[in-house]
Design a protein around this ligand. Structure first.
Ligand code: SF4
Length: 128
């Protein structure tokens, strides 16, 4: 018989933040208590089997009004890849001006996800 265990996850798919108790059987979710909608089981399953996160950080920028540019992944990346993503971003240098949404790095750490600028960053000499 497959081993049964219960794991607790807080669903963050919406502001309600349901406390979900997921029963796992043989490593697969079979029941979820506490979720107020179907997204809760989907979120809890993902969180238990292979959690993902949107990575937000900064990269150095030259010639801009600020020394650092806030950036984020365009979508979630596996949590186990966050360190590799940070190491890839540690090699990035950006030249101002930068527009919000501009692609800073394609396919970060082989995840297939792009890193984009989170804000505009004008050139220092642009007269702001
Ligand atoms: S289970 Fe549904 S209602 Fe509860 S936090 Fe997740 S998305 Fe929101």
């Amino acid at each position: 018989m497959a081993k049964t265990e219960t794991k607790a996850v807080i669903c963050v798919a919406c502001p309600l933040g349901c406390h979900v108790q997921v029963t796992m059987e043989g490593g697969r979710p079979v029941k979820a208590l506490g979720a107020q909608c179907r997204k809760g089981l989907e979120y809890a399953t993902q969180e238990i089997q292979d959690p993902v996160r949107v990575l937000a950080t900064t990269v150095p920028v030259t010639g801009g009004i600020l020394p650092l540019l806030p950036v984020r992944t365009e979508g979630p990346v596996p949590r186990r890849m966050l360190r590799a993503c940070m190491l890839a971003l540690a090699q990035c240098r950006v030249q101002a001006p930068v527009r919000a949404g501009q692609v800073i790095l394609e396919n970060v750490a082989g995840t297939g996800v792009r890193v984009i600028a989170s804000r505009d960053l004008p050139r220092l000499s642009s007269g702001l």
